[in-house]
Design a protein around this ligand. Structure first.
Ligand SMILES: [Zn+2]
Length: 295
């Protein structure tokens, strides 16, 4: 690991997850595999062996001051604001003194609304129709029509299962030192949105999260991917964000306040995932493809 870190000159890594759970909730099971508790604990053991956990505040100030760090560091992040962060993840992190940031979709806090991909997973479970899983954000009304036709009540599901964190849980987590950011209002694919819609989804979700939880910092992670998001977009949001996050793996980005993260929800161990990211980075570097250049 040490030689890979030195060769790539990347001693800061940002792993990202959605859900850690030994259950496979219906709203997720047809989309991706949750990280098991055992795997997650193994990931943490590997990370702690090779890196030091840093806080979001340290990450923001490192970026602001343009400093490089001497130590190998990591900061954990969790997208979509799922309730398993409270029930499963937070107690594990607390015990090991590990920092983490959770990114919330402002429309979904308190189980007010359900992500359209989660609706697709619930519908697929009943209908076993692959077409349901292919419905896009812009056609998401079709999911509500299908649910109505098939007697599936998403509001009932939200009430029964509470897939998302509640504001009470979020406040308790903040008191424990967990940091929070925004992840858009409704989780669209940004490249399917107009520039104006991208700005609204970003600015309004940050405003809601910062105001509601009285946060002294403003951070944002892109829903799905930042692929295709322009330099002009990053310029337009620079005053309403301290830093932002994508999920393109170990990569540099010409947006100066933007960090790329490593997806951890695969069948591999944390050690295998992170080693592979370093090796892949070295390959990309040789081909001059290790940096995202936004136009
Ligand atoms: Zn997400």
């Amino acid at each position: 690991m040490d030689s890979l870190i030195k060769k790539t000159d990347h001693n800061l890594i940002l792993p990202f997850y959605h859900i850690v759970s030994d259950d496979n909730p219906v709203h997720i099971k047809n989309l991706y595999q949750p990280r098991s508790i055992k795997r997650f604990k193994e990931d943490l053991a590997f990370l702690l062996e090779n890196y030091k956990s840093i806080s979001l505040k340290e990450l923001i100030s490192l970026n602001k001051e343009g400093k490089t760090i001497d130590e190998n560091c990591f900061h954990l992040t969790f997208d979509d604001g799922l309730s398993e962060f409270y029930t499963v993840v937070a107690p594990i992190l607390k015990e090991k003194n590990i920092h983490a940031t959770v990114f919330l979709n402002s429309n979904f806090i308190d189980n007010k609304e359900l992500f359209y991909r989660f609706k697709a997973s619930i519908l697929f479970e009943e209908l076993k129709d692959e077409d349901v899983l292919a419905i896009s954000y812009n056609n998401r009304n079709l999911l509500d029509d299908l649910a109505l036709k098939n007697g599936i009540d998403f509001n009932e599901y939200l009430k029964e299962k509470s897939p998302y964190l509640t504001s009470v849980q979020i406040k308790e987590l903040i008191a424990q030192g967990v940091t929070f950011g925004a992840h858009s209002k409704s989780h669209p694919l940004y490249k399917e949105l107009s520039f104006e819609e991208q700005i609204i989804e970003t600015k309004e979700s940050i405003e809601t999260v910062v105001d509601q939880f009285k946060l002294a910092y403003k951070v944002f992670s892109f829903p799905f991917t930042d692929d295709g998001v322009s330099k002009a977009f990053f310029d337009a949001i620079t005053n309403c964000t301290d830093i932002t996050f994508g999920c393109a793996g170990l990569k540099e980005d010409n947006a100066p306040k933007h960090f790329q993260r490593i997806a951890m929800e695969t069948n591999k161990s944390g050690k295998e995932i992170i080693k592979a990211e370093y090796l892949y980075y070295l390959m990309k570097e040789k081909a001059g493809k290790h940096k995202i250049i936004r136009q």
